[in-house]
Design a binder for this molecule. Structure first.
Ligand SMILES: [Zn+2]
Length: 246
């Protein structure tokens, strides 16, 4: 890599000649991620995103960039990149399927003596559901939080808009990746799907989300499963890949 930059100027015979420094991959200085520009150890500070609610640890350099772009309230890099820090974010519905992945992880791997799935399978579920959802350009996905963001400003009947049925089709296509009927004894895929459908139609028509449930993350409660006392189904709503232990 070679890049040329001007950093100083010198005066020769009344005319100014810029001094030129050549930056090459040999003389460029790289900083470890946990050091600041003075070479001192930098502290990671955790922030909560004002839109998606994700808690993220940032080193000073990244922090400054995010703070600068965020304004008064902090937004994570994912939300800034997708412009979810603007007033238009009222058209974005945040939802997730992570309670389902959390259920598989706790019920069939972490809190059982007879493991029915392996971590590699859980990873496969996460990857395949991401691939299925990203087929639809209205859907954005943050793999760190497992949150999906659907842009409803482009859903409707007008020009350059797609019908809400296309959103629901993608939801169904994501859900089929989890093989619920095979992996969840007495599991009722249709009941689980209806939790998404009902909330999505309400958001589409009224931009409505309950005050205490900003994100749409249904659990398998009342979908035919037996509840395990070792963990609460409510906790599966908070599952993220970071919860997976070795
Ligand atoms: Zn965010």
């Amino acid at each position: 890599m070679t890049q040329t930059t001007t950093n100083k100027s010198s005066t020769k015979g009344g005319s100014t000649t810029p001094a030129v420094t050549t930056i090459t991959s040999q003389n460029i200085k790289l900083f470890p991620i946990d050091q600041d520009l003075n070479g001192e150890l930098a502290e990671k500070i955790h922030y909560e995103c004002n839109f998606c609610g994700k808690t993220i640890g940032l080193y000073p350099l990244n922090r400054k960039i995010c703070e600068r772009l965020s304004g008064d309230q902090f937004y994570c890099p994912f939300c800034l990149r997708n412009r979810f820090n603007t007033r238009n974010n009222k058209h974005i519905l945040i939802l997730s399927f992570r309670s389902l992945v959390g259920y598989y992880y706790y019920e069939k791997y972490a809190y059982t003596h007879n493991r029915e799935v392996w971590i590699s399978e859980i990873m496969d579920f996460m990857e395949s559901h991401a691939a299925a959802g990203l087929v639809n350009p209205l859907f954005s996905y943050d793999p760190e939080s497992m949150l999906w963001f659907i842009d409803f400003s482009k859903v409707g009947k007008g020009r350059k808009k797609v019908k809400v049925a296309e959103v629901l089709k993608t939801i169904l296509s994501i859900l089929t990746c989890f093989n619920i009927n095979q992996h969840v004894t007495n599991g009722k895929l249709s009941k689980f799907y209806l939790k998404y459908e009902e909330a999505i139609l309400k958001f589409y028509q009224q931009r409505y989300r309950p005050e205490d449930r900003k994100h749409l993350i249904p659990t398998l409660a009342n979908c035919g499963i037996y509840e395990n006392k070792k963990y609460s189904l409510e906790n599966t709503r908070l599952f993220t890949p970071a919860k997976i232990i070795g």
